[in-house]
Design a protein around this ligand. Sequence first.
Ligand code: SF4
Length: 320
Amino acid sequence: MKKQRFESMLEKLSTCSDKVDIEFYLQTNGMLLDEEWIALFSRYKVRVGISLDGNKEINDRHRIDKKQIGTYERSISGLRLVQAAISEGKLPESGILCVINPEVDGGSTYRHFVDDLGVKNLDFLLPDESHDTFNTANSGKYANFLVSVFREWVADNNPNISIRFLEYHLHLLTRNKADRRIQRDYDASKYIVTISSDATIAHDDIFRSMNPKMFTNLLHVSESSISELYLSSDGKQIDAAHKTLPDDCTGCIWSDVCRGGYHLIHRYKEGSLYNNRSVYCHDIDIILGTMVNTMSKAGVLRKELLEEFSGVINDKIVLT
Ligand code: SF4
């Protein structure tokens, strides 16, 4: 999208700010950013996240342009512009988003982002895999990545470094059951809608690769409302799945924290739809177990939580 059109979109959306809370977030590889973009983002307080897979060698394995040239250097140029604008107070805080590569070491990826690039806000995402696409040979490798990140983060002991994935789970793991349920109900009440630049309204774009049929016969903003999407059969199915624990997860010690997986796509399987545990179940079990054991050893888990998680507390998976 060209700058002028982007600005006109932000301007129009901003006119609704007296009716709804609006925050602008933009996720980009950063390659095309320049001072004009930064000035535009600054005017509308857009949070700009940069997508990066790791260091140059790792990033350029998959992130290449049409000429097959790696994008790392150009992404870093964009990142530097954003960092400069943040430090001058022109842009709100933002950071790097990294999709976890199961073949890569999480600890050295974290060290690169923090030590080499000076980034303080990070997030690591589990890839958008469903039971129909997940490679089971990779089960456990995502936990290795995250445990390695967690180890470095704990060792740094720097409150200025934020890792959204880990902080979200630490927050839940240190709450009592009632508070976790409040958070769960709040998360389940969110409903994500995609409005594309051609003015069509659709479900969360994350479902596109999982079930392309959900993205046919799209609604249009000129003649439909978002509630029509919400009340469609797919919409009702998604909403119900958000609010329901998969049968497989009944009795799981992490059910209040993981709730069957963080994204519905991780539960999806053709036929049984969302009534399955996450494809990352094994990885989630390891990373949550590691967090609980580390907090237990550090003496920061309250008595009732020590009792609740006593079945997974042991000496074998504590970070030292
Ligand atoms: S996906 Fe696995 S870890 Fe998560 S609640 Fe279900 S059984 Fe537990």
